[in-house]
Design a protein around this ligand. Sequence first.
Ligand code: HEM
Length: 376
Amino acid sequence: MDPTTLIGPSSPLGYPAPYWFLVFFKVLGFTLHMIPMHLWYTGILLAMLLQWRGGEEMQRLSRRLMRPMPIVIALGINFGIVPLLFTQVAYYKVFYPATILMAWPWVSIILLLTLAYYGVYIYVAGLRSEGATPARWRQAVGWVTAALFLLIGFFFSNAFSLMTNVRAWPDLWLRESVAGAPLGTALNTDDPTLWPRWLMMFALALTTTAVFITVDAEWLASREGAEYRATARRVAFTVSTLGVIGFALTGSWYVFGTWPEEVRAAMMHGPMRALTGLTALGPGLPWLLILWQWRRGGTRARAAATALAQVLVLALNAISRQIVQNVELRRFLDVTAEPVHIQWSPLILFLLLFAAGLGVVAWLLGQLRTAESPSG
Ligand code: HEM
């Protein structure tokens, strides 16, 4: 069966904005989504491990990771909407078939995320009412919450790898359907890119969490003692090292073990080689900065430089994965070739709301600072 027959038809409305506009906000939105998403992806698991096995200062670090989590999740979900919107507008022909094939896991994200969000609140409420060590049942909730976020991340990796794995659709459809009606129970687990991709995002998330610990120690933890800050720098270095090693291993597996020939040809030649190289080596820069702060002591300026370097790393990652996504789809469809009928009113409304949204984010970040309370 020709897989292109399962690709959605063109919308007679065309694109409501030029492709460059759609893809710019898709990549920008995903970069912004990744920052908070990484914190709950690995930060909650790390907080649970530190609470379970760490000494006094590490448990303090665990609490410092968990306390702002409700705001971090609110931020990350809102930023996630931006790339989702532009994916639905510019990649609808492949996004919808893929998420119909895996409809149940995809829709279950709403339930899983709601439960995970409650889980975070239950844990953080325990930190407020029960002090340094939340009750055992709340700790159990914390572990389940960390696992739920890993599962949600797995479903996201499935959805976005299946979206470009058009070749696999007919088999999945025939296997997981009744009388031609898809059951919505498919997953993209036969795709060799899925596993390194999922793990690579986890490793990258570790590096972002390490940067957050560094920034928190210098900018937000003014009431904590020097001993705490030394512990935070040491933990940040350990977590960053694990992340960088994990990224190198899973990234090599992804690139050298699973990239099809057309992706390799596109990403390993000409100017793209520089982008691929920078994306691969990028996490080394924040790692070096964190190492420097661990050995020589931290300052606010050093922590800010580390955060800036990490944002750059994530932006490079988002740009590279966008190019890979287009190359993977190229043999089936050219996403840049749709007719454009600019719809000015939603476009202007989006830009206004986006600017207003960034203002709200600035306010939320201000809340994070004022929410800083004496260590409990
Ligand atoms: C309603 C909330 C969320 C929305 C709207 C959202 C949206 C998105 C979008 C659109 C992408 C793909 C971006 C692109 O390829 O350009 C993405 C990727 C991702 N999201 Fe989220 N997200 C949400 C919540 C979460 C949660 C709770 C997690 C849990 C860890 C998560 C983990 C991920 C991961 C791991 C990826 C990368 C998947 C891959 O391509 O391998 N997201 N998200």
